[in-house]
Design a protein around this ligand. Structure first.
Ligand code: NAD
Length: 443
């Protein structure tokens, strides 16, 4: 099938590359000429494991091309996915990018004689596809949805850091659509995913499935942090032991196995969730709920607990030194999770901002995300270290915020370098007995 994808960020580029790998002919569209050029040269503008090799294979065989020409991409394809950003503007979801792209696609459809399917892949609050995207498409194209074109909603569940793996091995594919024809088109797109449960749905249900999924995972994280914080305050209880016991529940184990199910990765105390999805999606759902008269008290608390969590790291630091002004600390990990360069809403950046405001001198190290963090923190005075070894020798306080596998070497390196800093492990990644001076969230 000929497919166009508007927006070549984490979702658009991974979707495009993986669909090309599965035999479709894909055109990726972005406003950003630099991204388009890089993609056509077989270079990935984002860090995502497995993506570089897969992208080169698709661009070198011309199964995937990138362009800034949206109209041509629509006119030469049968299905168009919208994968642009949907940020939270402080009050509600910001649909500016979605509206712009819907207008442009609608204008292209006016010139098209054959049936076309437009599918929203971006995360949008329930009602957006049918009540905002569809009317814009009808107005700009002069055609009727269900006649000249179909409108669908196909939420994406990939996680950054394992996006290629997730896209190629989905747990479900939600086929939202205004009619069977649209859903059948989506089924054709995903025909090669034959073992995967396919869930036909209305567009609004498809939109809500995505929010309910993200809100559930965010809730589990804030729940774990609340339990972890209580364990710390009670003393003599380690949240890691508690959660290991919780994970053994038959409800939380993979069927027929003693191994904890993947959902338990959200049932761990830490420095809080971040990234480009959970914070903005939960906030957008709260705002949407409130617009319809639902206060959404549980989700409001999920956000509040999360925003306080970086302060827990500061409190742990204060247990060693009351006065923070003039102190030097090293932050290990800047991305919101390992295996990504994405620092959007990263708890590490929230923590660094608090520390800088308290007059602390901050050193930082991340294997991949330092350029992105530098861009996000702008003029703020942070010293970026060249390597993990370099970072370990800089200060007497190490704050581990992102569990990159490289940080598993910290105890061995400290030993080798004959250093004994205070290690405050926000992720509980290290064995608590592996370094001389250890403390951590939930301990
Ligand atoms: P992103 O910010 O990484 O990428 C968006 C891209 O869209 C950018 O490259 C931008 O230049 C481009 N763009 C914006 N306006 C455009 C226009 N008019 N024409 C062409 N291109 C345009 O975003 P992302 O992280 O890929 O997320 C996209 C959507 O998918 C969001 O709604 C997000 O919530 C959702 N989502 C994200 C993830 C994730 O892990 N990142 C997972 C699931 C769903």
């Amino acid at each position: 099938m000929r497919i166009s994808i508007i927006g070549t960020g984490y979702v658009g580029l991974v979707t495009g590359t993986c669909l090309a790998y599965r035999g479709h002919s894909v055109t990726c569209v972005d406003l950003d000429e630099k991204k388009v050029k890089a993609i056509n040269a077989g270079e990935t503008p984002i860090y995502e494991p497995g993506l570089p090799g897969l992208l080169i294979a698709q661009t070198s065989t011309n199964r995937l091309r990138a362009t800034t020409d949206l109209e041509r991409a629509v006119l030469t394809s049968e299905v168009t996915f919208i994968a642009v950003g949907t940020p939270f503007d402080g009050k509600s979801i910001d649909l500016t990018f979605i509206r712009t792209v819907a207008s442009q696609i609608g204008a292209a459809l006016r010139k098209k004689e054959t049936y076309h399917t437009v599918v929203v892949k971006s995360t949008v609050v329930p009602g957006t596809t049918d009540r905002i995207v569809l009317p814009i498409l009808e107005k700009e194209s002069g055609k009727r949805a269900g006649g000249g074109f179909g409108v669908g909603m196909n939420p994406e569940f990939l996680s950054e850091g394992s996006a290629v793996q997730d896209f190629n091995n989905p747990d479900r594919i939600v086929l939202g659509g205004i009619d069977k024809r649209t859903q059948d088109k989506l089924r054709e797109v995903y025909a090669s995913f034959n073992e995967v449960p396919m869930l036909p749905a209305s567009n609004s249900t498809a939109e809500m499935i995505k929010y309910a999924s993200n809100a559930l995972q965010a809730t589990l994280i804030s729940f774990s942090n609340e339990i972890g914080n209580l364990c710390s305050d009670l003393g003599d209880i380690d949240a890691v032991d508690v959660m290991a016991g919780v994970h053994l529940s038959q409800y939380l184990r993979s069927e027929g196995s003693a191994r904890p199910a993947p959902i338990t990765s959200f049932l761990k105390a830490g420095p809080g969730f971040g990234g480009s999805c959970f914070p903005k999606d939960v906030k957008a759902l709260i705002a949407h709920g409130q617009h319809y008269g639902n206060e959404m008290p549980l989700l409001q608390e999920v956000i509040r607990t999360n925003e306080e969590q970086p302060w827990r790291m500061v409190e742990l630091l204060r247990e060693y030194t009351k006065e923070l002004e003039g102190l030097s600390v090293t932050v290990l990990g800047l991305s919101f999770k390992p295996e990504t360069d994405d620092v959007r809403e990263s708890p590490a950046l929230a923590l660094i901002t608090i520390l800088l405001n308290e007059g602390v001198k901050v050193f930082a190290y991340d294997p991949i995300a330092m350029p992105a963090a530098q861009k996000a923190l702008g003029e703020r005075d942070v010293t970026y270290c060249d390597s993990l070894e370099d970072a370990l020798g800089r200060t007497d306080y190490l704050l581990l915020v992102t569990s990159w596998s490289e940080f598993g070497k910290v105890p061995e390196l400290l030993n080798k370098l004959d250093l004994a800093p205070i290690v405050i492990d926000g992720r509980r990644q290290l064995d608590k007995n592996s370094v001389k001076n250890y403390s951590g969230i939930g301990l």
